[in-house]
Ligand binder design. Sequence first.
Ligand SMILES: NCc1[nH]cc(CCC(=O)O)c1CC(=O)O
Length: 312
Amino acid sequence: MPPVRIGTRGSPLALAQAHEVRGRLVEAFAHLAEPGAVEIVVISTTGDRILDRTLAAAGGKGLFTKEIEEALQDGRIDLAVHSMKDVPTRLPEGMEIAALLPREDPRDVLISRCGGGLDDLPAGAVVGTAGLRRQAQVLERRPDLRVVPLRGNVQTRLSRMAAGEVDATLLALAGLRRLGLTDPIAPTLAVGVLEVEEMLPAVAQGAIGIEIRSADSATRRLVERLDCVDTACRVTAERAFLAALDGSCRTPIAGLAVLEDGQLTLSGKVLSPDGRTGFAIRRSAPRSDAARLGTEAGMEIAARLPPGFLCV
Ligand SMILES: NCc1[nH]cc(CCC(=O)O)c1CC(=O)O
């Protein structure tokens, strides 16, 4: 049998995620435990090469997925592993997300020297983050703080933080966990988990998705076994919310859906980058209505926004 080829970015987090998918495939299908049965193919993306500008300034969505999708299209790989929060809402023709792994904790953490959350930072502290969603919510709660761009992969950001370039930075808890970087990440740094009321996560944060060619039924049969229906339901609602707001523009958008007793509740937020203006929404529906819930919440919030707020 030809090997199953997994395409991924080369960052430590992306590799950890690809290895997790390989591990789950091997667990589900004994024949894939043979040496060489599953290959990991590293693909460099535009997003990996842009380290000096913020992502939004570099042109927004798809920077981490384009080259991987080309490899999938060309048949150089059979499946692509993505952090779903980096995947644009519209996939290329002939591609689909065929499975979502069980979601990690979607919350963000604040890495600082003093510990705790945003309220515990000293007045005027410098927070490093390149993400507009995080910037907007930091400034919404703490207008006295200074937000400066801080890019690079998780380890790079942590070392720049430890070197004293900034007083604090924000990261996804999911990424830290997958890298095994929890608790004492460095002797001088403390990790504070931010509640979603304080920092609403990015749409699909903490979810790993597997993309395949829609026509490739053999790979579909493999990855379907890894699909988590609860994660799929939540991510469907969140991505429908983003799509309804045309998530291709630079406006900070956050969204999180939770499931409780078959009821899906979506919280969404749209903010100005300076955090001074914000619009929030919270809607519930039966889990079978995930896509509609997201779309309707997005349209409802869009109708409340001043003209030009979304895409300027
Ligand atoms: N934009 C980079 C990125 N894409 C996914 C994650 C974290 C893992 C996840 O959300 O699944 C990160 C790093 C971060 O934001 O801290």
